[in-house]
Design a protein around this ligand. Structure first.
Ligand SMILES: Cc1cc2nc3c(=O)[nH]c(=O)nc-3n(C[C@H](O)[C@H](O)[C@H](O)COP(=O)(O)O)c2cc1C
Length: 129
């Protein structure tokens, strides 16, 4: 399938509520994923999930941020048109103004070597599911 390769300056940001429902996405996120902001807000973040991503990666993400810690990792996401793109993501837990929990993800371009390493690693994790 069609890979979109991020450029060096791409910075994809999204914010979710405590359940992973998208509250905000920046222009870079919308552009690369192929959605308008209105299509994203109110949807679960799994709407950009790619089928090659193993469950264990997202379990690690959620376990970490729910403990109040920062998660970093490599994610392959699906685009609206059926393509994909790889990111290196940093996910931050934060407290919303009304005292609830929110999560913020900031993503940049991974290197080709990092993509290849995680493409192979996630294949192994998938086989273990
Ligand atoms: C701030 C934040 C950003 C996330 N970003 C992504 C993402 O870019 N792609 C993705 O597939 N899941 C992302 N997730 C994880 C999803 O919430 C979800 O756990 C994952 O897509 C697996 O979907 P499932 O639990 O329905 O199987 C993010 C979660 C949070 C809290």
């Amino acid at each position: 399938m069609n890979e979109t390769i991020l450029d060096e300056y791409s910075f994809l940001v999204s914010e979710t509520d405590s359940k992973g429902i998208i509250n905000f996405a920046n222009d870079d996120f919308c552009k690369i994923a192929g959605y308008t902001i209105d299509e994203l807000v109110g949807q679960p973040h799994s709407m950009v999930r790619h089928r090659d991503m193993p469950k264990a990666a997202f379990k690690s993400l959620w376990d970490t941020v729910q403990r109040g810690e920062i998660w970093t990792g490599y994610v392959k996401n699906a685009t609206k048109s059926g393509g994909y793109y790889w990111v290196y993501a940093t996910v931050y837990p934060f407290e919303t103004c009304d005292g609830g929990k929110g999560y913020l993800s900031c993503r940049r371009k991974p290197s080709r070597a990092e993509i290849e390493e995680h493409e192979a690693l996630y294949k192994v994790w998938k086989l273990q599911e």
